[in-house]
Design a protein around this ligand. Structure first.
Ligand SMILES: Cc1cc2nc3c(=O)[nH]c(=O)nc-3n(C[C@H](O)[C@H](O)[C@H](O)COP(=O)(O)OP(=O)(O)OC[C@H]3O[C@@H](n4cnc5c(N)ncnc54)[C@H](O)[C@@H]3O)c2cc1C
Length: 383
């Protein structure tokens, strides 16, 4: 017999984990499908371990709910800390704000625990390959894993794939990205002092790259070339270190990413989009707030329309595949907004009813505020 769930979340990155927890909190029987063998996506397997600020840099917290809970949990099994005086700071530098650097492995343990505590069913090592859709409703996904190929039915779906996989399958329009070559790798370096992007003095994030070539990340050859080139650069770095006299017992690569570090692969074009200059603008359908990690001050309301598919009623995007471009995309592609949009997409999927699509936004906003989120920027700044 075909399996059936209320909500199926595709992709177990930050957005997918937030969506699955949110859906389950609302009582939905929730399945999280993840092609790798860990949760966290880019934030863990991709070694992107800076949880960017949840405050505006002037002492106002703007992002709350499941996202804040994830930030706190990310430090449960490993080092990392939130600056204790972030509330007193004005025009604060990024590292003085409500943010933390976490251990990717500790984050996997904590996120997985968060999902299990909330009764989310996780299925690892499971690739979503296609969907079955009747007019504007997705009925099921087809997956491939060690059991072979099977079909799983769902009532509503969240695309948290980081690359709009489900949206593309559903016939939604998507926009594609251009990616410069960049790598983040963890290294042991016995000689250094505690620094800005460091969990403990000896473990350092080695970053590098080049803008000389761009990659799209949408075909296997391009992905492979990207991975091979980043690893060539890392080998070259350590050869140069050796030539300069660093001994390999004091400086060595500890871990390299297990997924390509593309910033944008593909994003769904939703019912509405946000772009340049739309910060500190009020949207009636806002589901919550995110700050600008690059500078203190700007706050962005995220409209529900950026998560909503145009041709598919029961599909919601979350994380780096929501509908945003330009300057807004620099904000929405990051961990805080992935958590926020994941939470909203999870509630939307859990609350979705085919015959009551129009009233959904109000129910999602209610669920967001009930869990501590603030919808409008002026309210956050008044606190
Ligand atoms: C170089 C670089 C530096 C960055 N720096 C920062 C930073 O300092 N701080 C910050 O906050 N953000 C940063 N970001 C952005 C941030 O890390 C990510 O955009 C964010 O983590 C995305 O989360 P997500 O859940 O939307 O997607 P992802 O993390 O991509 O998760 C998607 C998940 O879906 C799974 N999946 C995909 N397709 C399928 C399928 N068909 N079937 C099943 N599973 C599937 C993937 O395996 C993955 O686990 C950076 C990104 C890059 C590339």
């Amino acid at each position: 017999m075909k399996e059936e769930y209320d909500v199926i979340v595709v992709g177990g990155g930050i957005a997918g984990a937030a969506a699955a927890v949110a859906a389950s909190k609302k009582g939905a029987k929730t399945l999280l499908l993840e092609k790798t063998c860990y949760v966290g996506g880019l934030a863990t397997g991709g070694l992107i371990n800076i949880f960017l600020p949840l405050c505006d840099g002037n002492g106002h917290q703007v992002t709350f709910g499941i996202t804040e809970e994830m930030l706190r949990r990310s430090m449960k099994y490993g080092p990392g800390k939130v600056p204790p005086d972030w509330k007193e700071k004005k025009n604060a530098a990024e590292e003085e704000r409500l943010r933390c650097v976490f251990s990717p492995a500790a984050m996997i343990l904590a996120l997985e625990e968060f999902l299990l505590e909330n009764k989310v069913e996780i299925r690892y090592d499971t690739l979503v390959t296609s969907i079955r859709k009747d007019e504007c409703i997705i009925r099921s996904v087809t997956v491939e894993n060690s059991d072979g190929r099977s079909e799983i039915a769902g009532r509503a779906f969240v695309d948290a794939s980081g690359s709009a996989v489900l949206a593309k399958m559903a016939g939604e329009d998507v926009s594609f990205g251009k990616n410069v070559l960049s790598y983040w790798a963890l290294e042991y370096e016995g000689s250094r002092q505690y620094g800005r992007d460091r969990m403990v003095p000896e473990i350092n994030m080695l970053t590098g790259g080049t803008a000389e070539r761009t990659f799209c990340g949408v075909n296997a050859k391009d992905v492979t070339d990207y991975l091979l080139e980043t690893r060539t650069m890392i080998r070259r770095f350590y050869r140069e270190q050796a030539a300069a006299g660093t001994d390999r017992f004091h400086r060595w690569p500890l871990f390299i990413a297990s997924m390509p570090q593309f910033r944008k692969i593909a994003a769904m074009k939703g019912r509405c989009g946000i772009s340049d200059g739309m910060n500190n603008r009020t949207f009636a359908d806002s589901i919550g707030l995110v700050s600008d990690w690059r500078k203190s001050g700007p706050v962005w309301e995220i409209p529900f329309g950026t998560l909503e598919a145009v041709r598919t009623d029961n599909l919601f995007a979350a994380g780096r595949c929501i509908s945003s471009t330009g300057d807004a995309w620099e904000i929405t592609r990051c961990i805080p907004c992935s958590g926020l949009t994941g939470e909203a997409a999870g509630y939307a999927a859990a609350l979705f009813r085919e015959d009551r699509r129009e009233s959904l936004v109000g129910s999602v906003q209610h669920a967001m505020t009930e869990n501590g989120n603030i919808l409008h920027w002026e309210e956050a700044l008044r606190r």
